[in-house]
Ligand binder design. Structure first.
Ligand code: 5RP
Length: 214
């Protein structure tokens, strides 16, 4: 089974959490694209979707799913999103698609966060995937120096501008054994907008796309 088939199975499995009349928070990425395809089949049953990125907003619009503003929607019952890595405590690394800030906001506003992944995303310890950190552009070098002091090797994702007009540093060389503490620490560096660690608010449910889901 290909990795894309595994992503499709995970995306479709998340539909069991979608209830009639719901507002659904929608993440970003290729796994989420499969979820959006499945959600489109039930678009008449839901109130609409709160999107976490311009990319997902485009897909949702193309599939006729009403887009809702988070400020009007308030707390949302369900958020479905992918991840770049997931540990045994459902803590995640996210932001491979540079959408981490809006993803973290929608996840925070959601009662239930269902994470959809293929098996390659499962790890014992987070950090093999470089940790994305969104920064205010003028703070890039300062934040990078602070990260080096903490043992990371930041690499500027050159040419990428986030939906919020900011830049991304991908931090290599971390072995993240205390994700909640690291998230809190990196969040305190001036100029950091969002750390791609989802540990203070981990996923509630992780669905791993696999053959037996067929
Ligand atoms: C985007 C993300 C994605 O959820 C993450 O990169 C996983 O993507 P994919 O489903 O394409 O493997 O965090 O910012």
């Amino acid at each position: 089974m290909s990795q894309d088939d595994q992503k499709r199975l995970a995306g479709r499995a998340a539909m069991r959490y979608v209830e009639d009349g719901m507002i659904v928070g929608v993440g970003t990425g290729s796994t989420v694209a499969h979820f959006i395809d499945a959600l489109a089949e039930r678009r008449a049953d839901i109130e609409g979707a709160v999107s976490s990125s311009e990319q997902s907003s485009r897909l949702l619009k193309e599939r006729g799913i009403p887009l809702l503003d988070l400020n009007a929607a308030g707390e949302i019952p369900l958020y479905v999103d992918g991840a770049d890595e997931c540990d045994g405590h459902k803590c995640l690394i996210k932001g491979g698609g540079a959408a981490l800030t809006r993803e973290k906001i929608v996840a925070a506003a959601a009662r239930k966060f269902v994470c959809i992944i293929d098996p390659a995303k499962r790890v014992d310890v987070l950090g093999r995937f470089p940790l994305p950190v969104e920064v205010i552009p003028m703070a890039r070098s300062y934040v990078a120096r602070e990260i080096v002091k903490r043992g990371g090797q930041p690499v500027w994702r050159d040419g990428v501008v986030t939906d919020n007009g900011n830049w991304i540093l991908d931090v290599h060389g971390l072995r993240i054994t205390a994700p909640i503490e690291l998230e809190r620490d990196l969040n305190q560096i001036a100029g950091v907008v969002t750390v791609g660690l989802f540990a203070q608010r981990p996923a509630d449910v992780v669905l791993v796309g696999a053959e037996e889901m067929r």
